[in-house]
Design a protein around this ligand. Sequence first.
Ligand code: ADP
Ligand code: MG
Length: 320
Amino acid sequence: MSEFDLIRKYFTRPARHTKLSVGDDAALISVSKNMELAISADMLVAGVHFFADCDAYQLGWKSLAVNVSDMAAMGANPKWTTLSIALPEANDSWLAEFSGGFFACADAFNVDLIGGDTTRGPLAISVQIMGEVPDGKAIKRSGAMPGDEIWVSGTLGDAAMALAVMQKRFDLSADEFCKITSALHMPQPRVALGLALHGLATSAIDISDGLLADLGHILEMSEVGATIFLKQLPISDTVCGRFQLEQVKKMVLAGGDDYELCFTAPAEKHAEITALSKMLNLALSTIGKITKNTDLVIHGANDEILDFKDTGFDHFNESL
Ligand code: ADP
Ligand code: MG
């Protein structure tokens, strides 16, 4: 199979909102009036971000989903993506699965795959995403204000626990593992939430590297601090049953790959955000408040102040 046959067969689908899609030297898009283009990219490398022998459909989904999640975190509507992929070999069944998962995510979020690059090499996937956000309305990391409440969508720690089980660092029954594994393999980007947060949130980030690390980015860019309460962190039943373990607390506070949104909003927006949670059928929990000093203070189960050094997953300092 030639490179061009491969692209035609697996990576070419009719575009929905693109002037010129896959097949020419460049794609052409037009950005809607009064909209800005939001652009982001994420790279996934075998052995670093995923196991080389992992399920190809889920890998395809996740490659795009982690990028869509960045659009959600900006309050942007994802529209276009490019896929650059290095493949050790042209394996038909792997490509069919991978592109199936990628396009399932593209369909779920109405994203057009408009181009990319395909080359032979150690398995690596680089995805770029582009979306639209109303002029001047993107939700940045830098807008958190003292007194704002800190919110988190969904639950935290499931993905980190699933990874720990796969790496045999943690034990769960097959049933329980089953309940949390989709958090790791098929993250659900919170696009509808991001779009609904215009006019409500002062800042937002998606949790890819762990709550503490990602909230830390908001604090740094906003030049503020935070007080958060362990008791208020949203966790699944599986995680809750083991939350007294130090290792599990770390998964919730510093485990990566959750792809939930962490955002801040003035306290007077509390009721509106609670109503939004009902409307979207998505749990939204307040976990603490933004403070004027620049410290991040964590209150433990008995309101004692925790000393927590591992601030998240960092590629050069893997500590979980
Ligand atoms: P060029 O040599 O001009 O860079 P390529 O031969 O690399 O063009 O690609 C041909 C077309 O296929 C281009 O439109 C490119 O964007 C698209 N393309 C290549 N690889 C992929 C891929 N993995 N997914 C989607 N489109 C791709
Ligand atoms: Mg090329």
